[in-house]
Design a binder for this molecule. Structure first.
Ligand code: 3HC
Ligand code: NAI
Length: 647
């Protein structure tokens, strides 16, 4: 089947691209468009051309699957030049997304029009590359240098209205896109044509602008290489002739394509897209979710409600007593108000978020909910009582989920009738922000319940990863190993501050010790104490020594570090050195890079054990857990990706 068709509406030709799923610019499509230019140039009846796409979107970019292979002609930059050089003006008619190479093709067209719902952008940096077909060179010629810098260094797409304001497109079409674009094309024939984009001037904003941008972009990139290279390419476009800037952009694109960072980001791209539909789900159908209840309105419950409300689902909150109901709603209010403060929500949206929640202590309110998510205290007795009540009050087919972190979901499920509807849904804090959702079936969980867990993740915009049952599931189990390995280094004499500096240098937002000081050392300590009380042999950790001495982290004025009053800057602590005494060695010589390599290798080793035990289905699932739940730098690809590269 051909990936393009040509039809005519009088003197306007319509080229329709149909290359599912997202009209990516694989070799066949590049060739078909290449040929279309010649065909239409040669047709005397045709005075202008509309380029439009079938399916869910305009051309979504180069075909990422081709990036591992040598480039095949016709090359995309040549195709964009050829469309620009066509004898008839081309009009790109955009719906869905015009991204990367798709937007570059649109920049080759003389005009760009779009539906209001459409967006355009150059997301290449999120794949570790820069635009390779004139995105950095033509964009400043339509929208100016500042807009081009924002677009290519952030990788964030913009909606049609904003794109129109920025000069990225020429018109927003209401109603039928094809009819509007044909009308636009016909009207343009009566006017003098604008210059082809490559011939338009671009103004260099000067050295001060570039210096400031380098600082800002470098900081935001947090170790990713592509954003600064994209900036350099826009700078070239603003300071050198078109052809020279094109050559520079192409070379940078080709250089970056082969880097570890680009390979890592591609792997994450495909892992994320595969995550919502793991093969073993087969064709299991999810249950419809029209209303959800959350039990417990604490840190997690309130965050989960916020996530559900963001997706438009009505929520019932159940708490222990009226006071706790009020506290739960106040917790939610705080999250929603934060959204308003950061400009993410309007006042009206915030109000609607709150209006959609009913707080109560009465389980009778749950008679008709489709799903319940439990987020009460991490105590088996409390959880069992809650599920017994749910069993009495909910519909027999209502899905019952627990957000437990460490308890065995099988113990929680015990006694629940129709256990096929029971599942673990492990959210991460803050639950309305963190993208990861660990999905933990018990042996009885039905295929439909499992599919519904994945469907819920999609509804909430989360990345679902299935985990088997073990202490800490995937993420917290690796976290435990990581922290233990970090303590081992300290026992050998590596400085606490060096461990943190190494992991920050690696790309984590924080090192393992400063992160514990922020979150509190007592949570993990309580858990260890619980295990000890239950008769398990849990050797003393360095963290135990600190907690026993009252050092629980920032909230007690000190943990692994000291903190000055009202200051979050960690300061190495002589008190800690004294407390740990002979437990720690002195002056082990390890470079920061060796420290990071060692700790990441330990994470990968735990990941391998998790795979061997069948707790995770595939290595990329573990990488998604680390990236979306624990701040592992995306451009590193995850511990399993790194381990596989190292063989
Ligand atoms: N190349 C190859 N396959 C792609 C692709 C691409 N650029 N974009 C998406 N796909 C595939 C996905 O892997 C998925 O495949 P699957 O069904 O087998 O799992 C399928 O298309 C559908 O993708 P989504 O599930 O993401 O579909 P949505 O409808 O949710 O989203 C989209 C559509 C917004 C277009 C989203 O797919 C997207 O953002 N794609 C990436 C766009 C991109 O990064 N483009 C730039 C590429 S680099 C480039 O163009 C370089 C150039 O400058 C030279
Ligand atoms: P929290 O202490 O902030 O909130 C628990 C809430 O449950 C309180 O508001 C309490 O009033 C309520 N509650 C207690 N018993 C109840 C009952 N019988 N009926 C109704 N409500 C009841 O605790 P948090 O941090 O929100 O944790 C909740 C659950 O989520 C725990 O299982 C925890 O392990 C898990 N979790 C916690 C994460 C975190 O980072 N805090 C991350 C992921 C999971």
């Amino acid at each position: 089947m051909s990936v393009t068709t040509i039809s005519k509406q009088g003197d306007i030709a319509v080229v329709t691209v149909d290359n599912p799923p997202v009209n990516a610019l694989g070799r066949d499509l590049r060739q078909a468009l290449w040929d279309a230019v010649a065909t239409l140039d040669a047709d005397p009846e045709v005075r202008a051309v509309v380029l439009i796409c079938a399916g869910r979107t305009f051309i979504a970019g180069a075909d990422v699957r081709e990036f591992g292979k040598p480039p095949e002609p016709p090359h995309l930059p040549d195709l964009v030049d050829r469309i620009e050089g066509a004898q008839k003006p081309w009009v790109a008619a955009i719906h869905g997304s015009a991204l990367g190479g798709g937007f570059e093709v649109a920049l080759g067209c003389r005009f760009r029009v779009a539906l209001e719902s459409a967006s355009v952008g150059l997301p290449e940096v999120s794949l570790g590359i820069i635009p390779g077909a004139s995105g950095t060179v033509r964009t400043p010629r339509v929208a100016g240098v500042a807009a081009a810098v924002e677009l290519v260094t952030s990788g964030r797409p913009v909606r049609a209205k904003k794109a129109l304001e920025m000069g990225l497109i020429d018109d927003v079409i209401a109603g039928d896109l094809l009819a509007g674009a044909v009308e636009f094309a016909r009207a343009s024939l009566g006017e003098p044509l604008p210059l082809p984009v490559s011939q338009r001037p671009v103004a260099d904003p000067g050295d001060d602008f570039w210096t400031a941008q380098e600082a800002a972009v470098g900081k935001a990139a947090k170790g990713a290489a592509a954003p600064l290279r994209a900036l350099a390419s826009v700078r070239k476009a603003a300071t050198a002739p078109f052809a020279e800037a094109m050559a520079y952009e192409r070379q940078t694109f080709l250089d970056l394509r082969g880097t570890d960072q680009a390979a890592a980001l591609r792997a994450v791209f495909f892992a994320e897209r595969g995550a919502p539909r793991p093969a073993h789900l087969g064709d299991a159908k999810a249950a419809a979710l029209k209303s959800v209840a959350v039990i417990g309105g604490g840190t997690m419950g309130a965050g989960i409600i916020a996530a559900l409300r963001d997706a438009g689902l009505p929520v019932t909150l159940i708490e222990r007593d009226d006071e706790a109901v009020a506290r739960g709603l106040a917790n939610l209010r705080k999250i929603v108000d934060g959204g308003v403060k950061r400009g993410k929500l309007t006042e009206a949206q915030a109000e609607a978020r709150m209006q959609g929640v009913t707080g109560t202590t009465d389980y009778a309110a749950l008679a008709d909910v489709d799903m319940v998510i439990e987020a009460v205290f991490e105590e088996i007795g409390v959880k069992r009582e809650v599920f017994a009540a749910l069993d009495r009050h909910c519909r027999a087919d209502a899905i019952l989920a627990t957000n437990t972190s460490y308890l065995d979901p099988r113990d929680i499920a015990e006694g629940v009738s129709n256990p096929g509807r029971f599942i673990g849904l492990h959210f991460f804090s803050p639950a309305n922000v963190m993208k990861l959702l660990e999905i933990v079936p018990v042996p009885e969980t039905s295929a439909q319940t499992l599919a519904t867990g994945f469907a819920l993740a999609k509804t909430l915009g989360k990345i679902p990863v299935q985990a088997g049952i073990c202490e800490g599931f995937i993420g917290n189990r690796i976290l435990k190993r990581y922290r233990a390995a970090a303590e081992d280094l300290v026992r050998k004499g590596v400085a606490i501050a060096d461990v943190d500096a190494a992991m920050r240098g690696f790309g984590m937002a924080m090192g393992p010790f400063e992160a514990q000081d922020l979150g509190g050392l007592d949570i993990a300590w309580l858990q260890r104490e619980g295990a000890r009380a239950a008769g398990q042999d849990v050797p003393e950790t360095l963290g135990d020594v600190l907690v026993t001495a009252g050092r629980k982290g920032q909230k007690t004025g000190g943990g692994w570090y000291d903190y000055a009053e009202g200051d979050r800057k960690p300061r190495p602590s002589a008190t800690v050195t004294g407390l740990l005494g002979e437990r720690i060695g002195t002056g082990a010589a390890m470079s920061l890079e060796e420290i990071a390599d060692h700790l990441v290798a330990q994470m990968a080793a735990e990941g391998q054990a998790i795979l061997d035990e069948g707790i995770a289905h595939q290595p990329s699932d573990i990488d998604l857990v680390e990236i979306h739940g624990y701040g592992f730098p995306r451009w590193r690809g995850g511990p399993m990706f790194i381990a596989s590269r190292k063989g």
